[in-house]
Design a protein around this ligand. Structure first.
Ligand SMILES: Nc1ncnc2c1ncn2[C@@H]1O[C@H](COP(=O)(O)OP(=O)(O)OP(=O)(O)O)[C@@H](O)[C@H]1O
Ligand SMILES: [Mg+2]
Length: 567
């Protein structure tokens, strides 16, 4: 130990502690001196740090046991050697040199030093000169553990912050995913959002037989994809992850739990047997180290898997990815339902349009039958009647009178037949166009109902596709029927305009006014039919009512070039 007789401090004074400086110390009994040295030694050994004293010639005069042990030397072996002779801490050697070179009597510095075992330790070294600055004592306080603890704390704080950033980013991503409208769009948005975080996303869909996970989307770069294709020997879009019975993927899907795994393991599960040992190396080469696998589950039903892959993912990210996967699953389900509804709507629309056409054809057919068959039969009847009337004996005046009444009746039936036939299929539409047909219909309406009508129609006949003209005319008829049945109006107005290619038909009445709820009521099939009919032409129709003031129906449609068919 440093303080025995052969040890470095040639004189207890060197230490500046223990025995006092004055010369009377030498006169003290030897036991007292020994006691003081023992005390000092005990103190030095108890210090949880390293202590050395060094002369201005930069040579060690001694050290405590801890320092000697750290350097794997005996304390004696250190004495007389120059500071830095072991090369374990150039920082300390520099500090000692600079301290002696400076006039300061005290200094401290944080230094790192390598132990004999090679471990790096950190010290705060406090130095103090004594003996007219010819010697200094250096006390090093070991800060290694504290530094490690600080390091660990900083790391865990960084980890937490990273986890929170990921959670935040994923929750924003989830919002973007919710806005997507089709499964494809959902896949793309997920891929984009995860890629923006510096990770890869892979989406799998469970096949119908639930034996495989089929790849439905991925964000891997082409180079990675090519490498994977080469290893697996199949094109990436045909990639299927087999679900071995009781395999971990199978369990994962069954339990609906998100797990953290090394990517190599997943690759191994996907690769054919002989290639499995390659998986880890492949994952390493492709820089795909960690993965989080989250089942896509809605209402307890699992139908896919989201795999987020990248460097630096940890177990701690599992909750964030789980939450994201849950939102993704809901978004996918919504998109699927939305697509279904859209398809259903589309079907209904084409069914409605088919029914309209069928109805038009039926009407035409009946109109022709009535007009031709019934018309001709009535004409024949009338001719027969007049033949009969001419042959009646002249004295039978009451019979002649009867035939006159019958003839008038036949005329009126002929009129009715014509009107019904025309209403069923207004030949006017084909022959004179929409404007004239509307004019005829409104006169007919005014006569039948006694409601006064104002007409604002253009001078010119509009050049219109025949089917569109029919659609508009039917809507117009339906509107008039509604006025007659529901409005209780005394006045109707009709306006037809061509506003630079947009055709606008307005029909208003001064009746009780339809209500907003009637317009929205799904049972208002008449209104619905009108809307559907004009939407098929890319047009629109609005119904506006003011209580006890009347109703305005406004139809707008872009006019395709005449006879041009639908746009
Ligand atoms: N011009 C109007 N004035 C007042 N109420 C109206 C008018 N047009 C429609 N309505 C109201 O809107 C409802 C829905 O009209 P819609 O044409 O859809 O059905 P409907 O005429 O009752 O039956 P349908 O047309 O199917 O034979 C009507 O029942 C009526 O109450
Ligand atoms: Mg109606």
């Amino acid at each position: 130990m440093a303080l025995d007789q052969k040890g470095s401090p040639r004189d207890s004074d060197d230490l500046g502690v223990g025995a006092s400086r004055d010369s009377t110390a030498r006169e003290q009994p030897v036991e007292a001196l020994q006691q003081a040295r023992d005390q000092l030694q005990a103190v030095l050994d108890a210090i949880p740090g390293i202590v050395s004293w060094i002369g201005a010639d930069l040579r060690y005069l001694g050290c405590n046991r801890r320092l000697a042990e750290a350097l794997n030397l005996s304390p004696e072996a250190l004495v007389g050697r120059e500071v830095g002779f072991l090369g374990t801490s150039p920082e300390l050697a520099a500090f000692v040199r600079e301290f002696f070179a400076s006039p300061a009597r005290e200094a401290s510095r944080g230094i790192a030093s390598r132990e004999a075992q090679g471990a790096l330790r950190h010290y705060l070294v406090v130095a103090r000169k004594y003996q007219q600055d010819r010697v200094a004592v250096f006390v090093g306080i070991d800060l290694t553990e504290r530094k490690r603890a600080e390091e660990a704390l900083r790391h865990s704080l960084e980890e937490t912050a990273r986890g929170q950033r990921l959670l935040l980013a994923l929750s924003q991503a989830a919002q973007a995913v919710q806005r997507a409208r089709s499964p494809d769009e959902v896949h793309r948005v997920i891929g984009d959002e995860v890629a923006r975080l510096g990770y890869h996303a892979t989406l799998f869909t469970l096949t119908d037989d639930r034996a495989h996970l089929a790849l439905s989307h991925h964000t891997f770069e082409p180079a990675i994809v090519r490498a994977a294709e080469k290893v697996a020997g199949i094109a990436v879009q045909d990639f299927r992850l087999p679900l071995a019975p009781a395999g971990f993927l199978q369990r994962l899907l069954a339990e609906g739990e998100t797990i953290f795994r090394p990517t190599g393991e997943i690759l191994a599960a996907a690769l054919p047997g002989p290639l499995r040992s390659l998986a880890d190396r492949l994952a390493d080469r492709l820089d795909l180290q960690q993965s989080i696998l989250a089942p896509l589950t809605v209402g307890g039903q699992t139908y896919g898997l989201l795999v987020v892959t990248g460097i630096g993912l940890t177990e701690a990210d599992v909750p964030a990815v789980t939450a994201f996967a849950n939102q993704t699953a809901v978004a996918l389900e919504n998109a699927r339902l939305y697509a279904q509804v859209r398809a259903g709507e589309e079907q209904l629309r084409s069914l409605a349009s088919y029914l309209q056409t069928a109805r038009e054809e039926e009407r035409s057919h009946i109109a022709r039958e009535i007009h031709d068959e019934l018309g001709q039969a009535l004409t024949a009847l009338k001719m027969d009647l007049s033949w009969l009337a001419q042959r009646l004996p002249t004295d039978q005046s009451h019979l002649a009178e009867k035939t006159g009444v019958m003839s008038d009746l036949i005329d009126s039936i002929v009129q009715t037949v014509r009107r019904v036939a025309t209403e069923l299929r207004p030949g006017l539409l084909d022959h004179v166009g929409l404007t004239a047909a509307i004019e005829w219909q409104i006169q007919e309406f005014a006569e039948r109902t006694g409601i006064a009508c104002d007409l604002y129609l253009g001078e010119e006949e509009l050049a219109l596709d025949a089917d569109l003209a029919t659609a508009i005319f039917r809507i117009f008829q339906e509107t008039l029927t509604n006025v007659a049945r529901h409005a209780g109006a005394t006045k109707v107005g009709v306006e037809l305009q061509d506003r630079s290619g947009e055709l606008v038909l307005i029909v208003w009445d001064n009746g009780r006014g339809l209500t907003e709820s009637q317009v929205r009521d799904p049972r208002s099939l008449g209104l619905l039919g009108m809307r559907e009919r004009i939407r098929a032409w890319g047009g629109d129709i609005t119904f506006q009512g003011v209580q006890e003031r009347g109703t305005t129906v406004t139809l707008r449609v872009r006019r395709p070039s005449a006879r041009g068919g639908r746009q």
